[in-house]
Design a binder for this molecule. Structure first.
Ligand SMILES: Cc1cc2nc3c(=O)[nH]c(=O)nc-3n(C[C@H](O)[C@H](O)[C@H](O)COP(=O)(O)OP(=O)(O)OC[C@H]3O[C@@H](n4cnc5c(N)ncnc54)[C@H](O)[C@@H]3O)c2cc1C
Length: 410
C-alpha cells in the first residue's frame, strides 16, 4: 500500500520504519528545512521499547541513553516517600530508557535513510491541506516560509503525525478551537553535572503547584559528569498561555529564585538550573480527546491525535503504541477503511484514558497527596504506602504498561 506520513517526528519516523518492514511503500513529509536534534530529555517506557526492539533498535538506543533503574518521589524538603524499580530492574522484559529527544529523533532519521532510502523523507514540505475521494488521497505541500506551492502527492492512505499543532487535525476538526490550558508552565533544561542518587534514578520532587523532575540522559563521561535533564512545573495562572512551541526560551534567573530553597543533601536544584545553557518554556496544554481520528483514508497519530500533558513519561511512548497498533491492523488487510476503523477502535479510547489521567495529575498525584497530608514534612512511619501504591499501579494499567499484561507479549 502507498502511504503518506505527514511529520518526521518520533511518531512519524517510527511509523515509516514499521510499515516499511511490513512491505508498504512509505513517504515522510516534514515541514522543517532540516530535521535537527531538538528538545531536551524524553523517556521511552518498556511498552514502547518493546516496539522499538522489534524494529531492531534497542541496542542502538542504549548506546546513548540511560537505562533508568528506579523512580523516586520526594517532598519539597527533599524527603523521600516513594521508590520503585523501573524497566528491567522491575522485572519487565524491556528496559526503560531516558535519553535526549534529539538522539532518538536523529537515530530514527538515520535508520529511515539507511533502511528505506534517502528519498523517503522530504524535508521543507509543509502540508497545507489534503483532498480525498473513493480511490485515493491527495496531499498538497508548501514551503512554509514563502507559502509557495511545491508538491502534491497521491496515496492510498495519509497519516497525520504532525504534532501538537497538527494541520491534518485542524482540517478534520476545523471548529475544534483552542487547546485546553492547565495554567501550568513546564520549564525545561539540561545541565552537565555530577550524577545524583545512583546515577540512573529518576526523581520527582515537590507538588503540582511547584514540581521538579530530574533524570540523567547520557552516560557518565571521563571526568565523572553526566547530562541531567530537568523539568520544572510551575502553576503560573491563566495569563501565561503562550503558543505551544517546544523551542521558546524562558527567564532563567526568575526560575532559580522560585527554587532557591531547594538545596538537599542529594541534589542542589538552584545550582542545577543555573548550570543549564538554556531554559525552555512550554505551556502545559492538551486537547479534549476526540471520538474518532480516522475519516476515510486519513487518520492521526501521536501528538496530533492525543496531545497530552508531559506527565508520566508517556508522550513519545503513546505515539509508538499508535504505530504498533496501526501496523498490526494493516497485517493481512488491504481495505483502508477497515484498517482505520480497527485502529480507531483500539487506540482512540486507550489514548483518551491517558490524556484524562494526565490531566488528573497521572502518577504525580502522590506528590499532592503527601504535600496535603504533611505540609511541613513527615516521619518514615507516617508514609501511607498502600494508598500511594494504588495510585501508581492504576496509572500503569491505564497507560498500558502493567507488568503482567506487557510481559505476555513478544
Ligand atoms: C522540536 C521539538 C522538541 C520537542 N521537545 C520535547 C521535549 O524536550 N520533551 C518532550 O517530552 N517532548 C518534546 N517534544 C514532543 C515529543 O517529541 C512528542 O510529544 C512525542 O514524541 C510524540 O511525537 P510526535 O511524532 O507525535 O510529534 P513530534 O515529535 O512533535 O513531531 C511532529 C513533527 O511534525 C512536523 N510537522 C508539523 N506540522 C507539519 C506539517 N503541516 N507538515 C509537515 N510536517 C509537519 C514537525 O515539524 C515535527 O517534526 C518535542 C517536539 C518537537 C517537534
Amino acid at each position: 500500500m502507498k502511504i503518506i506520513i505527514v511529520g518526521g517526528g518520533i511518531g512519524g519516523l517510527t511509523l515509516a520504519l514499521s510499515l516499511h518492514k511490513e512491505g508498504h511503500d512509505v513517504k515522510v513529509f516534514e515541514s522543517v528545512k532540516e530535521i535537527k536534534p531538538l528538545g531536551v530529555g524524553i523517556n521511552l517506557l518498556p511498552h514502547c521499547v518493546r516496539v522499538l526492539t522489534n524494529l531492531g533498535l534497542q541496542e542502538k538506543i542504549a548506546q546513548n541513553a540511560i537505562e533508568t533503574s528506579d523512580l523516586k518521589y520526594f517532598n519539597k524538603y527533599g524527603q523521600e516517600f516513594w521508590s520503585e524499580p523501573r524497566g528491567r530492574f522491575a522485572g519487565y522484559k524491556w528496559p526503560q530508557f531516558s535519553l535526549h529527544r534529539g538522539n532518538i529523533q536523529m537515530l530514527l532519521f538515520d535508520e529511515v535513510m539507511a533502511q528505506i532510502g534517502k528519498e523517503t523523507i522530504q524535508q521543507n514540505h509543509h502540508l497545507s491541506h489534503f483532498e480525498q475521494n473513493e480511490n485515493e488521497v491527495i496531499a498538497y505541500f508548501i514551503d512554509k516560509d514563502s507559502g509557495e506551492k511545491i508538491h502534491e502527492e497521491k496515496a492510498d492512505m495519509l497519516i497525520g503525525a504532525d504534532g501538537i499543532n497538527s494541520v491534518v487535525r485542524q482540517q478534520l476538526y476545523p471548529h475544534e478551537g483552542k487547546p485546553v490550558y492547565s495554567e501550568n508552565v513546564l520549564y525545561r533544561g539540561t545541565t552537565v553535572m555530577k550524577p545524583f542518587l545512583n546515577g540512573k534514578s529518576m526523581a520527582m520532587i515537590g507538588s503540582m503547584k511547584q514540581k521538579m523532575v530530574v533524570y540523567p540522559i547520557q552516560p557518565i563521561d571521563s571526568d565523572g559528569s553526566c547530562l541531567i535533564n530537568w523539568g520544572a512545573n510551575v502553576k503560573e495562572g491563566k495569563s501565561t498561555l503562550t503558543a505551544r512551541d517546544w523551542n521558546r526560551q524562558a527567564d532563567q534567573k526568575r526560575l532559580i529564585n522560585l527554587y532557591i530553597d531547594w538545596t538537599f543533601d542529594w541534589l542542589d536544584v538552584p545550582a542545577m538550573i543555573a548550570g543549564s545553557e538554556a531554559v525552555y518554556e512550554f505551556p502545559m496544554s492538551d486537547r479534549n480527546p476526540l471520538e474518532k481520528w480516522s475519516f476515510g483514508r486519513v487518520t492521526l497519530l501521536g501528538d496530533a491525535a492525543h496531545p497530552m500533558y508531559p506527565i508520566g513519561s508517556n508522550g513519545a511512548s503513546q505515539a509508538i503504541l499508535d504505530v504498533d497498533c496501526l501496523t498490526e491492523c494493516m497485517k493481512n488487510n488491504k481495505d483502508v477503511l477497515e484498517i482505520l476503523t480497527q485502529y480507531d477502535k483500539e487506540r482512540v479510547p486507550a489514548a483518551a484514558k491517558v490524556v484524562m489521567q494526565n490531566r488528573a495529575k497521572g502518577p504525580d498525584e502522590i506528590l499532592d497527596m503527601m504535600a496535603d497530608l504533611f505540609p511541613s514534612g513527615f516521619t518514615a512511619d507516617e508514609i501511607p504506602h498502600k494508598k500511594l501504591a494504588n495510585v501508581m499501579d492504576n496509572y500503569k494499567k491505564v497507560a498500558g504498561f502493567d507488568i503482567q499484561t506487557l510481559n505476555q507479549k513478544n
